[in-house]
Structure formats: C-alpha cells, structure tokens
Write a protein that binds this ligand. Structure first.
Ligand code: SAM
Length: 278
C-alpha cells in the first residue's frame, strides 16, 4: 500500500486530514488515486494512519483517517552514517541501502582524500537529489519516517558534531588491529568530548557553522551510533587520531578491505543483527 510521509504532525484523534499542494499533486496526478482508495499516512512522529481518499479531484485532497498506530518498523536505536564523499554516483546506492537498513540520517563528509571536490552549487543540487533517494527508499522499505541527508561537512566539523551528539562514534579503519566492532558495541556508552584538539592539525577547513546543526535525534528513541566511513582512499592517520581524541572508537571490520560503498552497509547490517535481531 502506498506510504505518504507528511511534514506536519497529525492531531491525536484526528479523523480527517487535508493534504498540502505537493502531496495532493502526487496522489492526484502521479498515483491517480480515486475516491475510496487507501494509503498509509506517516507523520513525523512515526505515527501511521490508514487513510481513504475522499476527494481526489479537489486542489487539496481530503483523507478519512483510521485511528493512528505507532510505526513498528523503525529501529530501537539511531544510526547516522558519516560517509566520506565517494567518486561518481556511488552516494545514491549508499543512501538507498542505508535507508533500507535503518539509518536515521546521512552526512556526506569531505575528507582529506576525498577525490571528488564538488562546488557548493552542485552540492546543494546533489543534496536535494540524495534526499529524494532517501524518501523513495523509505517508502519502499516501509519506514516510519524519512531519513534526512544533511549538507556536506568537513571532517573536523563532522567528528565534532558526531562525538557531541552520539552515545558511540565508530570510525572503521583498515589499519586498526586492536578493537573489533563487536567489542566496540558492548558498552554503547563510550561518550567523551573533544579534548582541545590541536587547532594546528590540518584536519581540513573548519566549516563549523554554529547556525547549522543536524536534525535533533530524540534520546527516547534509543542510543545514537555514528559511523564514519572513509572515501576510496581511506582516512589519513591524522584524521583517525583526531577522531580518537574526540572520543571516537576506531574498529576493524575484519581482514578484507571493503569498498567505501560496502563498508557503511556492512556496519549497518551488523547493527541490525546485533541491536534488532539478536
Ligand atoms: N585505504 C584503503 C584503500 O585505498 O584501498 C581502503 C579504503 S576503504 C576503500 C574505505 C573505507 O572503508 C575506509 O576508510 C574504512 O572506513 C572502511 N573499511 C574498509 N575496509 C575496512 C576494514 N577491513 N576495517 C575497517 N574499516 C574498513
């Protein structure tokens, strides 16, 4: 059944809902739904309503709602993937698979070895397209909400943001031989703040913009795990060192080298297994 994610919270107990312009156009002109047809309406609070189309011809389509119920498909933890900007259009596939695996948000990160340098105009356009891919994947995988895709961050800004917000920040690094992912997931309480990182470290431009923050991830939805994946060339040693200084945990994903488009999916799959299926 079609899933429609609406931006506005739906009043508790509401029995009807009027769609805005773009959602009305989608139902009327794209899906050509007729009166009496049903869909699932998902509000930002992950409450779902079975809805019946009652006025398909009007500019703002009206729906009749059944009582709301809590969405059952969202994970009991939050995972944010900080993905080193990859070459070509790999990001689209990474976003699609990550949404299916339960990611809550994706942050493209410009790392020292990110080969692709996209100009700001292009980046905004790409971010809009990436958000659409997330929306489509959320619909297909019957998510309760649409994972967000933020604007691109520098490595420094990303690490500082993640380690401040997360219960656990992981930086998988193929040169790490000590800690495995399984060990790192045990405490889920590894949270430390940046200890005055040395400002002279060349960790890339400091783009931190106090105005810009990531969408709030509410604590009531379980622990927040942030995952850093390097681009094709991997992370530089000083990036890993800075991440650890800020409280991130570097982990091995095993003896084989995974592609940048494989590594994040692998970690999210292991989180799914460990935190949802065990
Ligand atoms: N530097 C290597 C290279 O150029 O082939 C590997 C980079 S790998 C393609 C991209 C990212 O995937 C790495 O930065 C790391 O985050 C992750 N990764 C891949 N294999 C890994 C492993 N065995 N252990 C930990 N992280 C891994």
């Amino acid at each position: 059944m079609t899933r429609l994610f609406v931006d506005k919270r739906i009043e508790h107990g509401a029995t009807t809902h009027i769609l805005d312009d773009s959602d009305s156009r989608y139902i009327r002109d794209v899906l050509r739904m007729r009166s009496g047809e049903r869909l699932i309406l998902c509000d930002p609070d992950s409450t779902e309503y079975e809805a019946i189309v009652t006025s398909p011809g009007s500019k703002h389509i009206e729906l009749t709602l059944s009582p709301g119920r809590a969405n059952q498909t969202e994970p009991l933890y939050r995972a944010v993937l900080y993905q080193g900007l990859p070459k070509g259009d790999k990001m689209s596939g990474i976003i699609q698979k990550s949404v299916e695996l339960g990611v809550s948000g994706i942050v493209p990160v410009s790392c020292a070895r990110s080969i692709v340098k996209i100009d700001p105009g292009d980046l905004r356009e790409k971010t809009t397209r990436w958000q659409k891919i997330s929306h489509e994947a959320a619909r297909q995988s019957e998510r309760g909400r649409v994972p967000w895709v933020s604007e691109t961050m520098s490595f420094r800004e990303a690490i500082e943001t993640a380690t401040k917000q997360s219960d656990l920040t992981l930086i998988p690094w193929e040169e790490e031989s000590g800690k495995s992912l399984a060990e790192a997931l045990e405490p889920l309480d590894n949270k430390r703040r940046c200890q005055n990182p040395n400002p002279d470290d060349d960790i890339g431009p400091d783009l931190s913009d106090p105005e810009r923050s990531l969408p709030n991830i509410s604590r009531r939805e379980g622990p927040l795990v942030s995952i850093f994946i390097g681009p094709e060339g991997g992370f530089e040693k000083k990036e890993v060192a800075f991440a650890k200084e800020c409280g991130a945990v570097s982990v091995s994903l095993g003896k084989r080298i995974l592609r940048t488009e494989t590594a994040g999916i692998a970690v999210l799959s292991m989180l799914l297994y460990r935190l949802e299926l065990l």
